[in-house]
Design a protein around this ligand. Structure first.
Ligand code: URA
Length: 430
């Protein structure tokens, strides 16, 4: 039984820059989960943490208490080694779709519990739900069977996984307390550690389309999460990757599925392929699988076979046509030059406003809506050439989407001063 403390004293300690004891942390997380600490008290504590931070020992205890608020999956019965990836979220980040089957096709098992999109970044489940028949919710028995058989499962996290985080994240969302590195790190890592994979690769995005706008913040978040994972016995590494412009050409649910299928068919955009292969190598190395060639498994159809099995196992038809939006609008280049900046945030907001994303958790999303880039940074363009293709079911949405794109890209003079950014900025371990 956990000791009983007093919520106001816990809040005061953190407000005044003090350190919470292990007993106080265990109590406040458990009491909040069962409703004995009120939302307004937890909101005050979250704000005190946002303002004053947490010591490493407090953070690891806080994360452990969030894990202990629910079940921790036991994957020891799965014969293949288990490995997973988490991205902190970006625009056009469809990497999970080709990555999970790719890694499974090379001998590991990928148990991925994913979320839905909120705001300008898309959610993996929303993307997969654009495939006719595919369902996100599996029972524990179905999850284990698919993991053992197909080797890859991407599905919704059940209510039993880190329920403290479910409640706290919803509260942070409405109290201006999302942007705290210890709170983000413990939120992500409590869910990922509870998921039970032996190895974990974190794709920490940095740039305009990411949570972390500066490299310094992204590095700190990456290092904090790698330390938490390692301390919990999960082999964890992080890649720091650029999110100033969208990944690939597609942003939007079915549009991103279509682009992922191109990658699984051995084609697709070079940045999506590079990041998929780099993350696959890390996920496999984390469980001791080396000397394999993920690029070859994309090219020769092994990853595609696993993708089809993964989609079929969850009721989807991998060969059915994907939904297409009813209306299109093309934005053309106003003049000749070199396309410089294509701002990921602007494209993400445009796609969201076209119907691909949601403003509230309960909102539906449109499967066909989104933005297709018709040119990428560094491409030479001529006046009148298509730059963006906007897709929506409701033409009234074009105006606000166009407003989001306004000022979201630059065309430099011919031979302009475009300098490519590194896609993979760094690799972070402890
Ligand atoms: N994603 C999460 O799961 N939690 C956060 O706090 C931020 C992003």
């Amino acid at each position: 039984m956990t000791e009983s403390f007093d919520a106001v004293s816990v809040i005061r300690t953190k407000r005044d820059g003090g350190e919470l004891s292990a007993g106080e942390i265990d109590w406040v997380i458990s009491a909040y989960t069962r409703g004995d600490v009120a939302d307004e008290q937890m909101a005050a504590l979250a704000m005190a943490i946002l303002l004053n931070g947490m010591q490493p020992s407090e953070l690891s205890r806080w994360t452990a208490a969030m894990i202990a608020s629910g079940e921790r999956l036991d994957l020891s019965g799965v014969s293949r080694p288990t490995t997973d990836k988490h991205s902190t979220g970006g625009v056009g980040d469809k990497i999970t779709l080709p990555l999970a089957p790719l890694v499974a096709s090379l001998g590991a098992a990928v148990p991925q519990l994913s979320g839905r999109g909120l705001g300008h970044t898309g959610g993996t489940l929303d993307k997969l739900e654009s495939i006719p028949g595919w369902r996100a919710t599996l029972s524990n028995a179905e999850f284990r069977r698919q993991l053992a058989g197909v080797g890859a499962v991407v599905c919704a996290a059940g209510d039993g996984l880190a329920p403290a985080d479910r409640k706290l994240y919803a509260l942070r969302d409405v109290t201006g307390t999302v942007e705290s590195i210890p709170l983000i790190a413990s939120s992500i890592m409590s869910k990922k550690i509870a998921e039970g994979a032996s190895a974990l690769v974190l794709d920490v995005k940095v740039g305009t389309g990411a949570f972390m706008k500066t490299e310094a913040d992204a590095r700190e978040l990456a290092r904090t999460m790698v330390e938490l994972g390692t301390a919990a016995g999960t082999k964890t590494v992080a890649l720091l990757t650029d999110m100033n412009s969208p990944l690939g050409y597609a942003a939007g649910n079915a549009l991103e599925v279509a682009e992922s299928i191109e990658v699984l068919a051995g084609g697709g955009p070079s940045d999506v392929i590079r990041l998929t292969v780099a993350l696959a190598i890390e996920m496999l190395a984390g469980v001791g699988i080396t000397g394999v060639d993920p690029g070859q498994a994309l090219a020769d159809g092994r990853a595609m076979d696993t993708w089809r099995a993964m989609i079929r196992a969850q009721g989807g038809d991998p060969l059915a046509p994907l939904p297409v939006a009813a209306e299109r609008h093309v934005v053309t280049a106003p003049r000749d030059g070199v396309l410089g900046r294509v701002d990921a945030y602007a494209v993400g907001v445009a796609s969201w406003r076209l119907g691909a994303g949601r403003a509230r958790k309960e909102d539906p999303v449109s499967a066909g809506a989104g933005v297709l880039l018709r040119a990428k940074p560094g491409d030479t363009v001529t006046a009148g050439q298509p730059l963006f293709e906007l897709h929506t079911d409701e033409p009234a949405r074009f105006e606000r989407a166009l407003a989001a794109l306004d000022g979201g890209y630059d065309i430099n003079g011919a031979g302009g001063d475009y300098r490519p950014r590194e896609l993979i900025i760094d690799r972070i371990t402890v």
